[in-house]
Ligand binder design. Structure first.
Ligand SMILES: Cc1cc2nc3c(=O)[nH]c(=O)nc-3n(C[C@H](O)[C@H](O)[C@H](O)COP(=O)(O)OP(=O)(O)OC[C@H]3O[C@@H](n4cnc5c(N)ncnc54)[C@H](O)[C@@H]3O)c2cc1C
Length: 489
């Protein structure tokens, strides 16, 4: 009998498993794929390593989720802080999102011509800082009982009272009219929010919009790709006595007197006192029968949609440095089947020889797409659609980065929501978590603690969702709840 079985070795599951093993629990991690990492996993082609999805790490400061995880597990990641967290390409010009706040405010002021830039960004950065402090110091969010709700109203939380209006109002209502009426500024904010909050200016709560908009102030490039940190967490977990079983897709969870019975598609059966599910709530609902499963099915039904991603990866032969590894490119033409008008481009750093040999770089491009556009019955139609989008993306890349147009390109591979569904088993290929929305309030998101005893949710469809720092925060919260003995074990 295990203490905990963790389902899914994405960043959320790996972190939960390692933190629990570090506290002496007997943990089994079940993963359906042959690799760890999920949406932040990788594949190799000869001497090249390509990220499949996520490419950017943030929230590494000591008082933020990644920093706290690395500290708790005594992990020393090989990261480079980007002075320019992101380059935004718009209408043939480049806007540098400097990590340094004052430099960024000056750059934005010059680029957009807004007079109130300082006021706007001071408020955004202040809200972001307060929100991080709040979530890092309170782990029962959203509360699952009156007791937990009352515990949030403690004296030390009074300083966060100013955040309340930000949770229930959009970014639009906090930005001066003159700035919102600036067409380019509106475009810029809209595309930034799409990649961070997965939502629009009108519907993203200011609270999480501020966190998303401020992220380029703390952007890190992981040497070796996103896999390198996942590997460090995984190795730590194994070192601490944790067990992992790959190619073991959990198909059923049953509640027993002493805990849980977990069955896998291969027919293997495991027992544990507790469970951490790091798979999306859309997948989880179908694994638990009866009244207990209804809770997850209801949540899945309420948050019934998310984005899909289209990705391409390739290698280019070039020594040319880029000012940042990360670009958000406002496209000249709308890419077919894209939502929004931008693509996210990541270059490997010239001295990252784990990703590409000397004189070469890897390039990863992604954009948001509707999953329904890829759910075609006819394979030929699907292939044609995929080819069309790949060609358009490459044309756009050539146009936006003429400095690489003569460079040799190799190992081109594209992925659609179907690819994500195939490799990560995520329902319909929904990725990136649940969009942060005023209409479906953050309070309704699935808390890490569930109604079932010793049964927790991590991953990007549980609070706070979206992105690696968020799923790691979920794992840290679960660890705190377990250690606080909020439930008897
Ligand atoms: C194109 C793209 C770009 C992104 N860019 C960034 C970025 O730059 N920075 C950032 O922070 N975030 C980014 N994200 C978001 C980020 O990748 C995810 O939010 C995060 O990695 C999700 O982690 P997770 O642990 O919740 O789940 P996942 O990564 O989805 O992991 C779930 C794991 O569970 C396994 N699994 C599924 N079903 C079962 C089952 N039944 N039994 C056992 N195992 C199962 C899967 O194989 C997978 O390994 C991006 C996402 C995409 C798609």
């Amino acid at each position: 009998m295990y203490d905990y079985i963790v389902i899914g070795a994405g960043y959320g599951g790996l972190s939960s498993a390692a933190l629990l093993a570090n506290s002496g629990f007997k943990v089994l991690l079940l993963e359906s794929h042959v690799y760890i990492g999920g949406c932040a996993s990788y594949y190799k082609r000869d001497n090249f390593t390509f990220d499949v999805g996520a490419t950017t790490l943030s929230a590494v400061a000591e008082n933020r989720p990644m920093g706290q995880l690395f500290k708790s597990l005594d992990i020393k990641p090989n990261l480079k802080k980007m002075d320019i967290g992101l380059v935004v390409k718009m209408d043939g010009k480049e806007l540098h999102r400097f990590a340094d706040k004052d430099k960024w405010i000056e750059a934005a002021g010059t680029f957009f011509g807004n007079k109130k830039e300082e006021k706007i960004w001071n408020k955004i950065y202040k809200t972001e800082e307060m929100m991080w402090n709040f979530v890092m110091n309170n782990f029962s969010i959203p509360p699952t009982s009156i007791k937990e709700a009352i515990s949030l109203i403690k004296l030390s939380n009074f300083k966060y009272a100013g955040l309340i209006p930000a949770a229930f109002n959009s970014l639009e209502s906090f930005i001066p009219k003159s700035a919102i009426n600036n067409k380019n500024y509106y475009r810029f904010l809209g595309e930034q929010l799409l990649i961070t909050s997965q939502n629009s200016i009108e519907d993203t709560p200011y609270l999480t919009a501020a966190m998303g908009l401020a992220y380029p102030s703390e952007t890190y490039y992981p040497y070796g790709g996103m896999k390198s940190n996942a590997d460090l967490i995984y190795k730590k977990f194994i070192q601490l006595g944790g067990e992992i079983k790959f190619k073991n897709r959990v198909s059923k969870i049953e509640i027993e007197k002493e805990g849980y019975k977990i069955s896998t598609a291969k027919g293997e059966v495991y027992h544990s006192k507790g469970v951490i599910s790091n798979i999306p709530i859309w997948n989880l609902g179908n694994m638990i029968e009866g009244r207990e499963g209804d809770y997850f099915r209801k949540k899945a039904k309420y948050f019934d949609s998310a984005w899909g991603a289209f990705t391409i990866n390739f290698a280019i032969e070039s020594n040319l440095p880029t000012p940042s590894a990360y670009y958000q490119v406002h496209t000249k033409e709308k890419i077919p089947f894209s939502h929004g008008n931008s693509m996210f481009v990541t270059f490997s750093e010239p001295d990252d020889f784990e990703r590409a040999p000397k004189g070469w770089k890897t390039v990863s491009i992604s954009f948001h797409t509707y999953v329904g556009d890829w759910e075609l019955n006819d394979y030929e139609d699907y292939d044609k659609r995929k080819e069309l989008v790949t060609i358009k993306l490459l044309e756009e890349f050539e146009y936006q980065f003429p400095e690489f147009s003569d460079s040799r390109k190799m190992y081109l591979l594209s992925g659609t929501p179907n690819t994500f569904e195939f490799y990560t088993k995520r329902y319909r290929g929904y990725v990136g978590g649940i969009p942060h929305s005023l209409r479906k309030s953050l309070i309704n998101m699935s808390p890490n603690k569930t109604m079932l005893k010793n049964f927790y949710l991590s991953g990007d469809t549980a609070f706070p969702g979206q992105g690696i720092p968020a799923v790691v925060l979920g794992a840290l919260n679960i660890h705190k709840i377990v250690m606080s003995k909020a439930e008897t074990f």
